[in-house]
Design a protein around this ligand. Sequence first.
Ligand code: GDP
Length: 351
Amino acid sequence: MTDGAKHALITGIGGQDGIYLARLLLSNGYTVAGIARHTDEIDRRLVPEKVELVAADVADRARMRELIAERQPDEIYNLASDSFGPRSWDDPLAVGETMALATVNILETIRTATPDTRFFQASSSEMFGAPAERPQRETTPLQPRTPYAAAKTYAHAMVGAYRSRFGVFCCSGILYNHESPLRRAEFVTRKITSSAAAISLGLATELRLGNLDVRRDWGFAGDYVRAMWLMLQQEKPDDYVLSAGQTHSVRDLCDIAFGEVGLDYREFVRYDDRFARPDDVEPFGDSSRAGALLGWRPSVSFRRLIQAMVAADIERLRGNEMAAIEVALKLQDETADHAAAGPQGGMIDHA
Ligand code: GDP
């Protein structure tokens, strides 16, 4: 860009990560463009007017090539994906197109048309499958078991290949579960916080869940987007595990969420086979490399995250959508003080 401001392009602008990242980049002085399939569905209360919206399908290779070549962005953040893993068996080919091949298309465009563009790829802890070691690191073997995880693994491998073969500045963040009040309700965090809110308001009477004892490594999305940005500000491109480094069970989650509204989850939660996953996994990440090299550490605790999610759901159910949005955005402000934080300390697993 001529005025000296850095220009960033974000795919998947409408998701929680796209929203938090766009806000972070704007506050860092960037001009930001966001790509979405249906720009009319983007909520402008979440994605500020300053963010230019571009309607495009990331699987449309010619359109994406043209868009990137024309704009010559300083940074591209590739966040577009259908992130709900279990559904990826519904259309494995589409998953491959939008998550695997679309990523290579961007890398190939950078190599041939915009070699100075830096690239961030949202990789996933699901690439580890049933993890070969615990905790997982950047070196842990990838053994994907779903179309979603396999597509992410292919894209991840190609990021490494373009880096070593062509010297493209491209990085993957291996992201563990990261949540926020903007999370969609099919994920277990929002499912539980919205149910606890609904039950407390007399709008529901029970909550049906699968395995309560499975443990996950959950963090706040606003912390993870800060790491994405940090990765592209380094001297050298590399891949990093980004995780909270603490696990909690679904039961802990219920306990905190219902506790927030003064209820005992045991009175309302029922087991339902439909939500149980026979091949469930318990990812647990070691992000100490990101701590040491990027100075990154998560700042919002699990309890604080769940509290905010319940508070936002209560506002939503009362019809105060604006107040719910405020809760979601304020939570990101709590991470700001940590932007210049020093190296991360130890790691705690409560499992
Ligand atoms: P993801 O599977 O990591 O993408 O995230 P989810 O939020 O969908 O699931 C997190 C964990 O919660 C998994 O281990 C699920 O087996 C467990 N879980 C237990 N009950 C439910 C439920 O009713 N819905 C979902 N989505 N997950 C559940």
